[in-house]
Design a protein around this ligand. Structure first.
Ligand code: ADP
Length: 171
């Protein structure tokens, strides 16, 4: 039987334990998972594509069935190019539903052969997003339990530097 391959696209700016939980659970269902950083021209990320890939790589280094990559353009085209059959997404609150429903319907319209598979968040991480992590880290909050250690370190370095630059700019 052909191996099942799924693409998990997202901003991953940066990866959190919520993302990791989805990846770990998907590993039980699929033979290979490609975690792909989507380069979105309409979003200004905190971390570069390279850094986001590096942090994903580090967080999944013990998972031989998980590959890290990045792409731009249509997700369905990328999925097809990688010879995968489905798109993986996580669902948290009801508020995620509308956007995800719209996106998966559009993707189905663009390529009827590709399905979107949703995994429900672990309630432990239902509140967790890259944005709340960035906000908490910016003001010195304790995020240890919520992100892999290398993400915590990267956030500290990045935010300390930009905070100092902003502060100096104001003078
Ligand atoms: P995007 O900008 O594409 O939404 P994100 O990195 O924010 O990128 O999220 C990628 C995917 O991971 C989305 O499907 C999102 O719903 C899911 N996700 C993010 N955080 C969590 C979490 N705490 N629990 C479950 N799924 C999550």
């Amino acid at each position: 039987m052909a191996k099942s391959k799924i693409v998990y696209p997202g901003s991953f700016d940066p990866i959190t334990r919520g993302h990791l939980d989805i990846i770990e659970r998907a590993r039980k269902l699929f033979d290979e998972i490609i975690v792909a950083v989507f380069i979105n021209p309409n979003k200004e990320p905190l971390f570069s594509r390279k850094k986001r890939e590096e942090l994903l790589q580090k967080a999944t280094e013990d998972m031989p069935d998980v590959k890290v990559d990045s792409f731009s353009g249509l997700t369905v085209d990328y999925v097809q190019k990688k010879q995968a059959t489905a798109i993986l997404r996580g669902l948290r609150a009801v508020s995620d539903f509308e956007g995800e429903f719209q996106m998966s319907s559009m993707n189905k319209e663009l390529n009827d052969d590709i399905e979107t598979v949703f995994l429900m968040t672990n309630t432990r991480y239902a509140f967790l997003s890259s944005s709340v992590i960035k906000e908490a880290a910016q003001f010195g909050g304790n995020i240890k339990e919520l992100v892999p250690p290398e993400v915590e370190k990267a956030l500290k370095e990045k935010l300390n530097r930009s905070y100092r630059e902003d502060f100096n700019d104001e003078k």
